[in-house]
Ligand binder design. Structure first.
Ligand code: GAL
Length: 384
């Protein structure tokens, strides 16, 4: 919203979806192929439910967490009486923009968007604003446009900080231990979260790099938080991270030199890095390095149980979906939208009112209680 200040956290007036939407919905559901998503009500019909249409735009099906986010939010909104259009864009920015335009044409009341490129949605969100459609940025901040009404996420800086602190504590860096060989990685350069994950971790670790207690044999140690994109992995791709780790091990770790700690910002990168370590004959429980992660992806939790990953930062996506479903309802009912942070997230056009949730560290010893007893996984999912 233009000229947003912290005081003017206005609610957005919603234009009720016209009857025409029902007809258009029928058309969309016919054409919304299974590849990208679906448009349905709780009963499975394609006629807009009383609550109206809510657009859910997720980046890709290829990373586990987004499937969890999308399906859970979809179920919650349908149960609340809304029609949903849940679309996945295969990490293609243009596809996501087209999907958003379709949702706008169908007179969606609210758009919930986990953006692929947080800087690319200004023009399409201007179209949403023109139709008084509210926009919630989901998990990833959308930058460079005032047409974002709310943001819902986990504390992204804290995610990185937990990774950095885990390394600091486990290696005994505070007690003067070291030097250790570190290889740092960062997430996708088009993802605002990746900048925050890296800053949280690097604010803890860089002093040890400066003092020589952490050594980066590849030389890929960003000189500052702002330099993080130099070690960014586009699209969070596991195979790109694996190739990068292969290159570093082949080029800078000859003879008996071993990498001892890897800062991986999330589990999809960690998975590729772990495959590279395996192919370079590192042994779990032996010379295998400390590897960090995020998201508690199934393959990575299994790797934690096999001593191939030391930790993951778990973000219970069920709680994020529940929070967003509540925010959608508050917007539609014209109520004040519940936020708990009106200071942190400036998207270049003003502070975006935010609800942020706490992430938590999960170690091998925590898996049963944190991930199985909570119902996030079944024991059989993890080979337990
Ligand atoms: C981030 C998200 C993380 C991470 C990555 C890849 O924006 O917050 O959970 O997994 O994308 O999806």
């Amino acid at each position: 919203m233009k000229g947003r200040t912290m005081m003017s956290l206005r609610r957005t007036k919603i234009v009720a979806a016209g009857a025409g939407a029902a007809l258009l919905l029928a058309g969309l559901s016919a054409c919304s192929s299974t590849q990208s998503g679906s448009t349905t009500t709780a009963s499975g019909s394609t006629t807009a439910a009383a609550g109206g249409l809510i657009g859910i735009a997720m980046p890709t099906k290829s990373l586990q967490r987004w499937n969890n986010d999308g399906s859970h939010l979809d179920e919650l909104l349908k149960a609340a009486g809304y029609t949903t259009s849940l679309q996945y864009a295969d990490n293609k920015v243009d596809q996501q923009i087209t999907q958003l335009q379709n949702m706008i044409n169908l007179n969606a009341k609210v758009l919930v968007i986990a953006s692929i490129d947080g800087t690319a949605l200004g023009p399409v969100l201007a179209q949403a604003k023109a139709k008084k459609i509210a926009v919630i940025a989901y998990d990833r901040l959308i930058n460079g446009t005032a047409d974002v009404d709310y943001y819902a996420t986990f504390d992204n800086y804290k995610v990185g900080q937990l990774q950095g602190q885990y390394i600091e504590t486990t290696l005994g860096l505070k007690d003067g231990k070291g030097p250790f060989n570190l290889e740092p990685f960062a997430g996708s350069p088009d993802d605002n979260n990746a900048k925050l994950f890296f800053a949280g971790a690097w604010d803890v670790l860089k002093p040890y790099v400066d003092s020589g207690k952490l050594v980066v044999p590849s030389g890929k140690a960003p000189a500052s938080n702002a330099d993080w994109t130099k070690i960014g992995i586009q699209g969070w791709k596991s195979d790109t991270a694996q190739s990068e780790m292969d290159n570093r091990l082949n080029s800078f770790y000859q003879g008996t030199k071993k990498v001892q700690v890897v800062l991986s910002p999330n589990d999809s990168l960690a998975l590729g890095i772990e495959q590279s370590l395996e192919s370079h004959a590192y042994k779990p429980g032996g010379d295998w390095p400390l590897v960090t992660g995020q998201d508690a992806d199934q393959a990575n939790v299994k790797n934690m149980l096999a001593d191939k990953q030391a930790m993951t930062v778990w973000k219970d996506t069920r709680t994020l979906a529940e929070q967003v479903a509540k925010m959608v309802d508050e917007i539609i009912q014209g109520k004040t939208v519940d936020v708990n942070d009106t200071k942190t997230y400036d998207n270049g056009k003003g502070i975006v009112p935010t609800f942020q949730l706490p992430p938590q560290v999960v170690l091998k010893a925590d898996v049963q209680k944190a991930l199985v007893d909570s119902g996030f996984y079944k024991a059989s999912d993890l080979g337990l």
